[in-house]
Write a protein that binds this ligand. Sequence first.
Ligand SMILES: Nc1ncnc2c1ncn2[C@@H]1O[C@H](COP(=O)(O)OP(=O)(O)OP(=O)(O)O)[C@@H](O)[C@H]1O
Ligand SMILES: Nc1ccn([C@@H]2O[C@H](COP(=O)(O)O)[C@@H](O)[C@H]2O)c(=O)n1
Length: 214
Amino acid sequence: MIIAVDGPAASGKGTIARALARHYGLPHLDTGLLYRAVGQAVLDAGGDPADPDQALGGCGFDDALLADPRLKLDAAAVAASQVSAHPAVRAALLHRQRDFAARPGGAVLDGRDIGTVVAPDADAKLFVRATSAIRARRRHDELAAAGSRLSYDRVLADIKARDLRDTTRASAPLRQADDAVLLDTSYMSVEAAVSHAIEIVERQVAARRGVVGG
Ligand SMILES: Nc1ncnc2c1ncn2[C@@H]1O[C@H](COP(=O)(O)OP(=O)(O)OP(=O)(O)O)[C@@H](O)[C@H]1O
Ligand SMILES: Nc1ccn([C@@H]2O[C@H](COP(=O)(O)O)[C@@H](O)[C@H]2O)c(=O)n1
């Protein structure tokens, strides 16, 4: 079974995707981490993530970078959103994501274009959202707990700028797939969001079986 979980920054899609992976015993890929690694590799080389050639150069990152705690910071997130707008970068990361989705038994992937581009035939698709103010509050608290001193206003501004770049880029923009189910987690606890997500997956899988079984 392939489960696609998409949504904007800090909507809770990663939390939900990890919980679904645990629940169904599937491997999980946080595809945002790949884009963050590309962005961080460009920054480490002293380059400009907005430059298409330098961004493409970052795609050759060493896999050890994926475990670097700096990838959780705001600088990597902003750089990720810049490199991810380049079609050549998206193409370079696509095979890796599709290979992961094609693992025997399936997988859970979360990102921006899983249900639309990476795994359009996924068995279940969720689009997770929350208001920008709530997402910024969650991300601000998470960053503060990790020692960041970024203000709430700055985190909110970065989230809004990323939303705008992610939804308006020409290549694989962030959007809800036609067959994805919307889950608004704004006023839900993590536990409630996860149990709603499981219900949605169960319903989608049952509906698919009904169609396939005739
Ligand atoms: N329903 C919820 N209620 C409160 N906090 C939540 C909820 N869901 C997630 N969080 C918290 O919000 C923060 C962002 O969640 P998460 O990392 O899952 O979002 P994301 O959409 O995967 O973010 P990103 O786009 O940066 O990968 C985390 O600190 C997480 O613990
Ligand atoms: N499938 C994806 C995943 C991520 N991105 C870009 O990476 C940025 C960071 O992603 P997080 O999930 O870690 O917040 C994000 O803002 C996107 O620009 C993407 O394009 N496609």
